[in-house]
Design a protein around this ligand. Structure first.
Ligand code: HEC
Length: 105
């Protein structure tokens, strides 16, 4: 079942995002693309530094655990109607954790 959902998600992504479908089976690369396409610009604007990475490294970060990271991604995703698949949320979480937060799993 999980495999089916995954295949379906990949097929849909390949259809709609032909340009980035090369990365579809690479969680970290896919997460990076999502961050750049859907998250970076707004975060850059919100921090006022013009750098969308800084929100993840700010000293007053509310994200102190992997669970909080995941729930923050969910909040941004659903509140802002970014329409990420659960698979994409998980990829972006893996990318942000590897790149910035470095929580132990
Ligand atoms: C339209 C604007 C907007 C978009 C688009 C957006 N965010 Fe956010 N995000 C925010 C704001 C504003 C905050 C700060 C919230 C706060 O301080 O309570 C935030 C905070 C976060 C944080 C917490 C950062 C920290 O360490 O404190 C994470 C993680 C995050 N966003 C992930 C994402 C991801 C992943 C996406 C894309 C899938 C995304 N956001 C898209 C506005 C946005």
């Amino acid at each position: 079942m999980k495999f089916l959902i995954k295949s379906l998600a990949l097929a849909v992504m390949a259809t709609f995002l032909l340009s980035s479908s090369v990365f579809a089976n690479e969680p970290l690369a896919n997460g990076k693309v999502i961050d750049q396409e859907k998250c970076y610009a707004c975060h850059a604007k919100k921090t006022g530094f013009g750098n969308g990475d800084m929100i993840y490294t700010r000293s007053d970060s509310k994200v102190t655990t992997l669970a909080k990271l995941n729930s923050m991604i969910s909040v941004c995703n659903s509140e802002l109607r970014l329409d990420l698949f659960p698979e994409d949320e998980s990829d972006v979480s893996k990318y942000l954790n590897q790149q910035f937060y470095k929580f132990k799993p």
